[in-house]
Design a protein. Structure first.
Length: 225
């Protein structure tokens, strides 16, 4: 297990640099089995992405484009082997929705206490921690370490954000929102028809995007305790 974890962390960290080219991404936190230290060889890389207010659909689009070009993005409905070492972009949050939505059970508490920052500004990450301190029951203090390799230094990223922060960016965000919501709703209908949903955590709005259509595994873990 330790060798698998060490190898996968090296691979994950070797790919984090790409976020420095993705507009409107303020921070990235590693979640799931990687954060909790129990990945399997074919595990993917679950991440929570902090996006800029008013640009959440743009941030998701650019994450998919950039990481897709490098073959580093997990595509929906792919099996575990095809998803191995791919970034799973299942959760985006903006400052207005940094606080995790209900339910606040023991699984999500353990998950949030295990989150590992790998990209972003210290101030933004600390705001995220503070927004969840109440229901977690303790306040995490951000400190930079060897995990966080990049702190938003990309000149090209800044230029892209500046160019897309005005009316052109507003139009693009509106268009991307319309397209993405349409596809999300179509996907939900298909998943319901195929019986692939179990107590889903599905959120899609201007403040948060979360896609966990099947939480049966989480419920089983809680019941064992």
């Amino acid at each position: 297990m330790e060798k698998v974890l060490e190898f996968k962390w090296k691979k994950l960290l070797s790919r984090v640099w790409l976020f420095d080219f993705v507009p409107f991404v303020d921070f990235v936190l590693v979640a799931g089995s990687m954060a909790m230290g129990n990945p399997k060889e074919d595990s993917d890389f679950d991440v929570i992405v902090g996006a800029r207010n008013g640009r959440i659909f743009s941030a998701r689009f650019y994450c998919h484009i950039f990481f897709g070009l490098f073959g580093w993005r997990r595509k929906k409905d792919t099996d575990s082997k095809a998803s191995k070492d791919k970034f799973c972009f299942s959760h985006f949050v903006t400052p207005e929705r940094y606080g995790l939505s209900d339910p606040h059970n023991e699984y999500w508490k353990k998950l949030y206490l295990s989150l590992v920052p790998v990209y972003g500004d210290a101030a933004d990450i600390q705001k995220f921690y503070d927004a969840n301190a109440g229901w977690i029951g303790e306040r995490r203090i951000y400190k930079n370490d060897s995990w966080n390799r990049y702190e938003k230094t990309g000149l090209l990223k800044n230029l892209k954000e500046k160019a897309l922060s005005g009316s052109l960016g507003n139009l693009l965000e509106k268009w991307l929102k319309k397209i993405q919501i349409s596809r999300i709703e179509e996907s939900l209908i298909r998943q319901l028809a195929d019986g692939k949903q179990y107590k889903p955590r599905i959120i899609f709005n201007d403040g948060e995007l979360e896609f966990h259509p099947d939480t049966k595994r989480i419920e089983e873990m809680l019941n064992k305790k």
